[in-house]
Design a protein around this ligand. Structure first.
Ligand SMILES: C[S@@+](CC[C@H](N)C(=O)[O-])C[C@H]1O[C@@H](n2cnc3c(N)ncnc32)[C@H](O)[C@@H]1O
Length: 322
């Protein structure tokens, strides 16, 4: 990879549109494999520097410019994973944003639902694995359970929002993915061998991803971070290679950079808030130390454990919950 003025594995204190312009002007242009990001949602979130309250049309035009610019710095077989959500009173927001990407030339290859909290009735869990009890108790969850963080909204009209979108945009809708890299074990093991495609105990994760927020007890350093597992799964799904380059235009406090460190892939980031960059830099340094220690640990103990990071329901101390 020929890199002239742009140093890799760095978060730039710069406007993302300006920075993408620079990537484009490199000789040859510096193209990225994966963009994974969460932009400001224009919902008056209290960032320390950025003002999250553009006029509606102005916001969508800004998103269109970002989509258009990103199109010119994304490789032909690249992936753009865009995390966005609506609000109870503006349910069209994610679709309006997705439309800007369509207008900029992108195809929508996958729509992933990031599930933050979900409840199950006991008999429905049984129904899916064959241990059914014919007990039609759909209205109360007394024998069921709920997982993930649930922050109830006070409203007679709106359901509490427990999910966000991850739109997977590509240039052709034909980008081959490494689905089994983020696969899950078959629940019914008889599928292995019965289905030609099932050669191992691992199936496609599907497009609903349960990703709880990790619980923290300190005050939040940033009001709207996503959990590290989100960019981690996106990058793995696209396919990890040694020379992979990931870009997060809205890097915040460095979550995407941490996922890249875990996956040992190169990253670039931009963030307009100097305070967030300071925190991101500390987070990156701390994680590098952890990874170094881990690699010295002969047992190969894994410190970041996605599977066991499930939070208890109704826990108010949640990092960056939207
Ligand atoms: C939703 S947050 C992203 C948080 C990030 N995913 C994390 O986990 O830390 C959006 C971020 O975009 C930054 N931002 C807003 N406008 C920007 C711009 N034009 N260029 C770069 N960053 C910008 C804000 O300061 C904010 O930190």
């Amino acid at each position: 990879m020929v890199v002239t003025t742009i140093e890799l594995n760095k978060i730039y204190h710069e406007d993302c549109l300006d920075f993408m312009g620079k990537l484009e002007k490199e000789q040859p242009p510096l193209l990225v494999d994966v963009i994974v990001t969460s932009p400001p949602y224009n919902i008056n979130k209290e960032y320390s520097y950025y003002r999250d309250n553009k006029e509606g049309k102005e916001y969508l035009h800004w998103i269109y410019q970002i989509a258009k610019k990103s199109f010119s710095i994304l490789k032909e077989n690249g992936s753009f994973f865009l995390n966005i959500a609506g609000t109870p009173s503006d349910q069209f927001l994610p679709y309006d944003v997705a439309t800007q990407f369509k207008d900029a030339g992108y195809k929508l290859q996958n729509t992933i639902h990031w599930i933050k909290s979900i409840s199950f009735e006991e008999e429905d869990v049984g129904r899916s694995n064959g241990t059914i009890r014919n007990n039609h108790n759909y209205d109360n969850n007394s024998n069921g359970f709920a997982v993930g963080h649930f922050k109830p909204i006070v409203s007679q009209r709106f359901l509490t929002d427990c999910h966000e979108y991850i739109f997977h945009f590509t240039k052709s809708a034909e980008v081959k993915l490494d689905k089994l890299a983020i696969g899950v074990p078959y629940q019914d093991k008889t599928n292995i061998g019965r289905w030609k495609s099932a050669k191992q105990d691992r199936r496609d994760r599907g497009d609903t991803w349960f990703i709880p927020y990790p619980t923290i007890n300190e005050s939040r350093p940033h009001p709207a971070v996503f959990p590290e597992k989100l960019p981690y799964l996106c990058i793995k799904l696209h396919g990890v290679r040694d020379d992979l380059l990931v870009y997060d235009p809205f890097m915040g406090i460095g979550t995407t950079a941490l996922a890249c460190l875990e996956l040992k892939v190169n990253y670039l980031g931009t963030e307009i808030d100097e305070e967030y960059i300071k925190i991101a830099t500390e987070n990156v340094l701390e994680r590098k130390n952890i990874i170094e220690k881990r690699s010295e640990d002969k047992k190969g103990r894994k410190i970041v454990d996605w599977v066991s990071s499930t939070t208890s329901a109704e826990d108010p101390e949640i990092l960056g919950e939207r």
